[in-house]
Design a protein around this ligand. Structure first.
Ligand SMILES: C[S@@+](CC[C@H](N)C(=O)[O-])C[C@H]1O[C@@H](n2cnc3c(N)ncnc32)[C@H](O)[C@@H]1O
Length: 282
């Protein structure tokens, strides 16, 4: 994701969907060199073509469209929400780069191994940004968050981007239960998921699924979890959330790319959902 965000950030201002000035600091040294080269337009074009050929058309445009969409969703959060929890933060640096999050307390929750590398590459961060080491498969999220200063009675926004597809259904359930338990009235959940038909039948449902699934398998991170969009409202209601919005990155792409004179398309298999917790009136 950091490479993709770095590539996007090397585009001229009027043709990019966002800017992530931290991305190149977070990637491995060889990718840093690639991102430096990408500042030259013909080299960036070549890198993107090679990148899209290796991963198949879809992943890069989908990642870029989802990043922009989520940036906008966060910019829309009510001023009453003063806490943001980024679940599986990885190399997402919205806590630093988004004006919408500045001044709010941001809790970056991630696997300890990913977090160690990020902290080493990024260096010191403002006091409002808290790192919380959690393995969603094994650790107790609420107690770790509260120990880091999260206040349970106040509203929060939970962002869970690019993670559910790597988890077991049990870990997704446990994390949703924790997010619900931690959500005061006025809270919001933003998460991504893949259409389960991509995992179950691959190219028969989505032409871009074949190479995409192969690429994540080769990286040793196969997709393990997905949802069928039609089932999402019920799935969430059973877990205490009301779905507000569910957008494919193909639809998000249609909104953003042509407006910048670009021809990329996102993907129908990768989706961004927004839900509000159903909180009993006290
Ligand atoms: C593809 S990255 C997405 C990162 C970031 N949210 C983004 O969109 O740029 C997946 C993230 O999920 C985290 N993750 C995967 N399995 C996890 C687990 N069992 N516990 C905690 N984090 C996990 C990884 O450490 C990684 O940061």
């Amino acid at each position: 994701m950091a490479v993709q965000r770095g590539l996007e950030s090397s585009r001229p201002v009027e043709r990019r969907l966002f800017s992530d000035p931290y991305a190149s600091r977070l990637v491995r040294a060889r990718w840093r060199l690639v991102l430096q080269g990408a500042r030259l337009r013909p080299i960036r074009g070549l890198i993107e073509r090679l990148y899209d050929r290796a991963g198949g058309p879809g992943p890069r445009a989908s990642a870029i469209a989802r990043t922009r969409l989520i940036d906008e969703l966060l910019a829309d959060i009510s001023p009453a929400v003063q806490q943001a929890v980024v679940l599986g933060a990885g190399y997402d640096v919205r806590g630093l780069r988004l004006p919408a999050l500045r001044g709010r307390r941001v809790f970056e929750v991630d696997h300890p191994e990913t977090q160690r590398v990020k902290q080493a590459r990024l260096g010191p961060v403002p006091d409002e940004l808290h790192y919380v080491a959690v393995d969603f498969e094994h650790d107790d999220l609420p107690s770790r968050l509260e120990a880091a200063g999260y206040v349970s009675g106040r509203p929060a926004v939970f962002l869970w981007e690019g993670v559910t597809n790597y988890l077991t259904p049990a870990a997704v359930d446990a994390t949703l239960a924790a997010a619900h338990a931690l959500s005061a009235s006025g809270s919001r959940l933003i998460f991504t998921y893949v259409d389960r038909r991509a995992i179950d039948v691959g190219e028969a449902a989505f032409p871009e699924a074949g190479r995409w699934l192969q690429a994540v398998r080769q990286r040793g991170e196969p997709w393990t979890f997905g949802l069928i969009p039609e089932e999402v409202p019920t799935y969430l209601r059973e877990r205490g959330f009301e779905l507000r919005e569910d957008v494919s990155t193909a639809d998000a792409g249609l909104k953003y790319f042509p407006a910048c004179g670009r021809t990329e398309t996102g993907s129908r298999l990768y989706r961004v959902a927004v839900a509000d917790p159903i909180v009993a009136a006290s």
